[in-house]
Ligand binder design. Sequence first.
Ligand SMILES: N[C@@H](CCC(=O)N[C@@H](CS)C(=O)NCC(=O)O)C(=O)O
Length: 203
Amino acid sequence: MALPKLTYFDAPVSRGEECRLALHIAGVEFEDVRILQSDWSKLKPQTPFGSLPTFEVPGQPLLAQSNAILVLIGRRHGLHPKDDFEAARHEAMMAHVEDLRSVVGPTIRIKDEAEKKAARDALVATFLPTWAANAEKHIGDGPFFGGPTLHVVDLKLHMAVRWFTGGKVDHIPATIFSGFPKLMRVHDAVRDDARVQSWYAKR
Ligand SMILES: N[C@@H](CCC(=O)N[C@@H](CS)C(=O)NCC(=O)O)C(=O)O
């Protein structure tokens, strides 16, 4: 029988990795398709919105948009709240992560190093702390966003924080979010989850 297929770039990062983690935690066997940058221009027009990740469920049209993919997986496998208002609260935080990516992401494409530094210095001064303070306001007693149980929103928050804690984003300190204990606690709780660790043990 055909397996569901998750397609993303060949890197353990961002929108693709959070969907892979969700599928792994859900116990879904899936085809983990990793494409090379050099093959992307050929594939791009065949995707619903010209972007990755995409998720293909046998018998259904190709799905895109990381939040839609995560919510689908979450709803089907107990990783998204059943209560509709709590679900909407989780989806609002997932949109907040997409807002972060849509602001920081374009700085990756700045070629001029001085211009890139200026853009990122500005993010460090204002946007990133404001983003984190707004996220922090909506996180409860933890360890996860909605309490004691991991949901897809936690994977998304984890990937967003992990982007910076590795210290590999030039001009943005790895400690950028360390003054936000609730956000860091979500990051750490996902990192330490046995199912997440088992995903990385295979790699
Ligand atoms: N809102 C979309 C954004 C998708 C997106 O921009 N994906 C990036 C990779 S993380 C991409 O496909 N970049 C290549 C391109 O836009 O050509 C989502 O959440 O899936």
